[in-house]
Design a protein around this ligand. Structure first.
Ligand SMILES: *Cc1c(COP(=O)(O)O)cnc(C)c1O
Length: 389
């Protein structure tokens, strides 16, 4: 692809530009349509041009987009209540604008807790190999992929990496304040943690009054079928972070916590975070998704999506090794000799958008509201892709 003179070359972009979308279908400049199994990397939970969201954005921008957190923001208050109720956790929310910021907020909160709740300060956060927690200096260092750390030292101290949950338990020492965890590794292979192991970790942490921090930036907002995947794990984390799917494309992040009296005025904040527009849209998105989930449609379509993926694993053992993942966060592991980029490019030609995770895994993150017929059509195009390899 030709280089752009004015944009830093940070992304390996596909040479395609979409100009509009409808439901879970995108259209390029030539009018060609694409079934979206990627949803802007887990962001467009309601797909494209949802009428209620269009109306909400339009109406809100006519009133007020931003004031600042030096004033009350009623839509933010409502949004926090809704998120806490859906989570079923006894928590309070802090609003920011991205996943990295939500995790950065979690790290700051954990640090203050570690520095104030114990006689000797605790600060170390354990994260899991191949995790992804963001690209700011602190969240990059929290991301346990050391090849990504090469050029940006020095980093803040206090992050150590465990191979797995049991390893994390064995690494806890007097300076550990908590463990930060994705319950499904999003960038790191769509690997889902074992429920019993996570419960064991929680028990060890709780006994020591240490923190379980769950990064639900990708797994959250109904991607698992539940509002949060941590609910499915039957755990009670002290901190949960959210972002991607919360407002179906409007930037927003949330750090929610049961530690309601650690932060005080001035410890943390955000200029844009939780403004009128993002939280009004978030309220609408959550209303729609809650109803949709309660209707049973979501779990029905997740089941169908799963059975399609199962078909591919069974029908093409020469290409796929296995299926990973849960809910609408799925991965197909491909054999080493097959080039993942070839599949992604061919899929694009065939009119279906897919993602990668790790080195050899096709990642599927469709819009939460994707319909059965869109799923069928997407997988037909995916099969054409596989047959043309
Ligand atoms: C995407 C992602 C992040 C980072 O979110 P940004 O909005 O890109 O900063 C952090 N954690 C997980 C698990 C993610 O999937």
């Amino acid at each position: 692809m030709e280089k752009n003179d004015y944009i830093l070359p940070l992304y390996n972009r596909l040479d395609i530009s979409f100009i509009k979308g409808k439901k879970s279908i995108l259209y390029d400049e030539n009018g060609k349509d694409y079934i979206d199994f990627a949803s802007g990397v887990g962001v467009n939970s309601l797909g494209y041009a949802n009428k209620k969201i269009v109306k909400t954005i339009k109406e809100q921008t006519k009133k007020v987009v931003h004031t600042s957190n030096i004033y009350r923001i009623k839509s933010q208050e409502k949004c926090a209540k809704k998120i806490v109720e859906l989570s079923t956790y006894n928590m309070q929310c802090f609003f920011c604008n991205s996943g990295a910021e939500a995790n950065e907020s979690a790290i700051k909160l954990a640090r203050k807790y570690g520095n104030t709740a114990f006689e000797t300060p605790k600060y170390k956060i354990i994260t899991i190999k191949n995790s992804f927690h963001g690209r700011t200096i602190a969240t990059l260092k929290a991301t346990a992929q050391e090849d990504k750390h090469k050029y940006f030292a020095p980093y803040p101290d206090g992050f150590i990496y465990a191979n797995d949950i049991n390893d994390a338990i064995s690494m806890i020492d007097d300076t550990t304040v908590g463990v930060m965890l994705e319950l499904i590794l999003g960038e790191g292979g769509i690997f889902m943690q074992d429920i019993l192991e996570v419960q064991k970790l929680e028990k060890v942490l709780k006994e020591k009054k240490l923190l379980l921090i769950i990064d639900e930036v990708q797994t959250g907002v109904y991607r698992s079928g539940n509002f949060l995947i941590s609910q499915y794990f039957g755990i009670n984390p002290e901190i949960v972070t959210l972002a991607k799917g919360l407002a179906s494309g409007i930037p927003i992040g949330v750090m929610m916590t049961s530690l309601k009296d650690i932060f005080s005025f001035g410890d943390h904040g955000s200029t844009f975070g939780g403004n009128h527009l993002s939280t009004t849209v978030c309220n609408k998105v959550l209303d729609i998704l809650e109803k949709y989930s309660n209707s049973g449609k979501l779990s029905e379509n997740i089941k169908y999506f799963n059975s399609c993926l199962q078909y591919f694993v069974e029908t093409y053992p020469n290409i796929f090794l296995q299926k990973n993942g849960f809910g609408f966060m799925q991965g197909l592991v491909i054999k080493d000799e097959i080039d993942l980029n070839d599949i992604i490019n061919l899929a694009l030609k065939n009119g279906v958008l897919i993602l990668k995770s790790g080195k050899n895994i096709i990642r599927f993150l469709p819009p939460i509201i994707i319909s059965k017929s869109e799923i069928t059509q997407g997988f037909q195009r995916f099969e054409d892709t596989i047959l043309s390899l």
